[in-house]
Structures are given as C-alpha cells and as structure tokens.
Write a protein that binds this ligand. Structure first.
Ligand code: LLP
Length: 425
C-alpha cells in the first residue's frame, strides 16, 4: 500500500507499517477504546476549512457548517472556534450549537418541515436567518414571529432546476425534488414574503445536491439565482445576502471534485462579472469539511469462505456506517497493519440481520481474524446517521489533535439505549 491509495484521506498515513491519523497510531486507539470506533483529525477539518477561507479571502463571506454531516459536540466546537456559523435543520441541532459554544447569531435554519415550536426556539435564540422552503411555511413563520413581537429574517430557498449529476437520493435542485420554491414562482413568493408583517426579507439561497464533483452545476445554479436576484430587486425587494448552499464532493474512490478555493475562484469570477461580488455571501458546506477527516475502525470477527463469495465479517455494521446500504456508497477499507501474503476477495459485512448490511463489496484484502480495519472517509454522514438497530450501541468517537487523542463520545451502553423506555405496570 502506498500513500496514493489514501489520497482521499490526507491525514491518514502509513508509518513503519502502521496506519496513523496525524501523530496517533490507530491500532493503539482500537486497543484502548475498542471497536467500532470513529476517529477524526482536527487538522484535516481545519485544512478543509482553510481551502474555503482562502477562496473567500477579501470577501464578505460566512461559512455556515452544515452540521447534519457530523453534529458531535467536539466537532462543532472545532468549527465554532474557527469562527464558522452553522446551517441547522432542527431545534435539536440548535441545542447542539449552543452546547458547543457556537454563535447563535451566525446560525441559518434550513429544511422543508420546520415546526412552530422550532421556529419559536430559533426566533427566541436570535438566529441569523430562516431559509424558507415554501409559501405555506412563510405564512406560519410570519404568524409565529408576530406572536413573539418579532420579525423573522428570511431568505427563500429557490430551486434552480439544475442537475447536480449526483446520486438521486442526494440531488436536491431538480424540479421533482421536495426542496425549495420553483424558479418560476420565486418572484411571487418574494412579493408575498415582503408583504407579511412578521417577516423581514434578507437573502436568497439555493442548494442543489450533495457529493457534487463538477463545477458546471454550480456555475449554472449561480446564473439562475442571480437572474432571480435581479428580478426581485427590480420589484423593489432588496437582497442583502446570497447563500449558495453546500454540496461540494470529496474523494471517496478516485473522485476528483474541485478544491474549494479553485471552485470559488471560478464562482467569484462569475459573481464579479455580473456585479454581485461585493454582496454578503454565505455557504453551507458539510461533507467537504469533515468527510475525509474521519475513519471508522472495525475488528475482523470471522472470515467465512463461500462458493460464490467470501465474507469478511466485521464488528461495524450498517447502523454505524449506513451509506453503503442507503446509497451503495463506496468507502475504502484498509488494514491498520498491512500483512504480507496473498490477498483474497471479500465482501466486508457487518453482524446485522439484513443482506443490505455490507460495508464494501469485492475488496481484495490480506486479513486474519482479529485484525483491525479502517473504513476511510467516514467523517460525514456516518455517526450522524447511526442508529441502534439490532440494539447495537453507537460507537465511541475520538478527536485527534497532533499526537493527542481526546475521547469526545463514550460508547453507548444497553442501559443508555433503554433509559427512555418503561414497562407497562
Ligand atoms: N445545505 C442544505 C440545505 C442541505 O440539505 C445539505 C445536505 C447541505 C447544506 C450540506 O451538503 P454537503 O455539503 O454535505 O453536501 N446523507 C447523504 C447526504 C445528504 C445531504 C443532505 N443535505 C450522504 O451520506 O451522502
């Protein structure tokens, strides 16, 4: 194995035949803390953030980390301390921002189904903006804000109807998606928003999908959004900020998304050319800030040769790593301590009672029972989507910073899982 095979995970490297994340030997962590175990690199997160910061140097821009990608408190703390705002999609996420010491005045609230209670919570906390996704939501938000004697700052999520060319489940900017207000209706929706007494129109936003690896969909979406800004302002409604959402992909398996700074160099050229370069800009990146900062360590429990397939059964499962089962997603799987010997082709599977419980198919591995494997690029949408299916406790999490390893979440016990339940007496 060479460093090249780990290109998607720049802070993971082999040293003397042992896999390290920053200055920490992963095998030591697995031994001390058990498996499955998520391990994140703080340097990798900050380096991903730095690419955006370079891209926006000299601009009036705010990076709102889309915390749905990984909402563990210590991860939020890293981004809060680096000055980021947060893109939230629930009242629970707002509670987490507060608990992690984040600045609530830099929070934007996305999502198609905000409840009245969530609107009240966010208004009382004083968030920066609601990204409203329908006409119906506008009416309710205005009513809730008035009942609190406030005006809600709003931006309307417009659906630019561009193809992000990604997996259908994570593509959000096409007409057939449930997200946003159709481009053709947007002006009307803005006029309604401007007329509602409980609202204060501040911006516009769009988000076209996730794991986007091409620049063109962004450029197309930007054109469509700027056309709207022009029309909305011509109708007398000023737009103070423009939010271009998140969605930038990462390298899972030789994917070649643009770097954040290179992407933004192109987007800013277009913005400048169209005369909007000095507006307040916002973005909502999730995956690209954390995805390649994390690995999941898992122990090989059994090797099970078969007539058609060989199975490598590990102690992590679809409840820990749901992306393969949900999107047929690919994650590299590498041993922590590579062995010499002939490789065998395995399906790497978990212990859950479902055929969909696989982590990798047709992987060529030289492994023995008791070895530990690292599933790479698992910093985003893994722990955040983990469940207790099969009454499996959620994994522990470690944040590595240089040669230090901090436990940021202890392993969940059965008692934790049962704590909210009761028998009928
Ligand atoms: N803003 C909005 C309104 C979003 O819906 C999302 C993601 C983001 C920002 C952040 O997108 P990112 O930069 O992370 O691509 N569970 C799926 C991904 C779902 C993305 C949902 N929305 C996966 O594992 O691939």
């Amino acid at each position: 194995m060479t460093h090249a095979t780990l290109a998607g995970a720049p802070f993971v490297a082999l040293q003397n035949n042992d896999l390290y994340l920053e200055g920490v030997k992963l095998a030591d962590l697995a031994r001390t803390h058990g498996t499955p175990l998520f391990v994140y690199s703080k340097a990798a997160m900050l380096s991903a953030l730095a690419a955006y910061q370079r891209g926006f140097a000299g601009r009036n821009a705010r990076i709102c980390y889309a915390m749905k990608a990984n909402s563990s408190l210590a991860v939020l703390q890293v981004f809060a301390q680096a000055g980021c705002g947060f893109d939230i999609v629930s009242g629970g996420e707002l509670d987490r921002v507060v608990a992690a010491g984040g600045d609530v005045s830099k929070v934007i609230f996305s999502g198609v189904g905000k409840t009245r209670a969530e609107m009240r919570q966010a208004l009382e906390a004083g968030i920066a903006c609601f990204n409203v996704e329908s006409d119906a939501e506008l009416e309710v938000l205005s009513e809730v804000a008035l009942s609190l004697g406030k005006r809600a700052p709003v931006s309307i999520r417009v659906n630019p109807n561009v193809d992000a060319k990604t997996h259908p489940y994570i593509s959000t900017g096409l007409k057939g998606n449930k997200f946003g207000v159709a481009h053709e209706r947007a002006l009307q929706t803005y006029q309604r928003a401007a007329s509602l007494p409980g609202l204060h129109v501040t911006g516009i936003d769009c988000h076209i999908g996730s794991q986007i690896t091409e620049t063109t969909p962004y450029l197309d979406a930007m054109d469509r959004v700027l056309d709207l800004v022009q029309a909305i302002e011509a109708a007398g409604i000023p737009i103070h900020h423009i939010d271009f959402g998140g969605g930038l992909g990462i390298n899972y398996n030789g994917d070649t998304p643009p770097e954040a700074d290179a992407l933004w160099a192109q987007l800013l050229t277009k913005l400048d050319a169209r005369g909007y370069g000095q507006r307040q800009l916002m973005i909502e990146p999730g995956r690209s800030l954390v995805g390649n900062a994390g690995v999941c360590l898992t122990e090989v429990l059994y090797l099970k040769p078969g007539e058609q397939k060989n199975f490598c059964i590990v102690d992590a499962a679809m409840n820990d790593l749901p992306r393969p089962a949900m999107y047929e997603a690919f994650h590299q799987i590498v041993p922590l301590t590579p062995r010499n010997g002939d490789a065998v082709v395995y399906d790497v599977v978990g212990p859950i009672c479902e055929s969909g419980d696989w982590l990798g198919r047709d992987r060529s591995l030289t492994v023995q029972t008791g070895d530990t494997l690292a599933v790479l690029s698992t910093g985003a949408y893994c722990m955040a989507m983990a469940s207790n299916y099969n009454t499996r406790g959620r994994a522990a999490e470690i944040l590595v910073d240089g040669d230090k390893a901090h436990v940021i979440r202890r392993r969940e016990t059965s008692a934790d899982q049962m704590a909210m339940e009761s028998l009928v007496s």
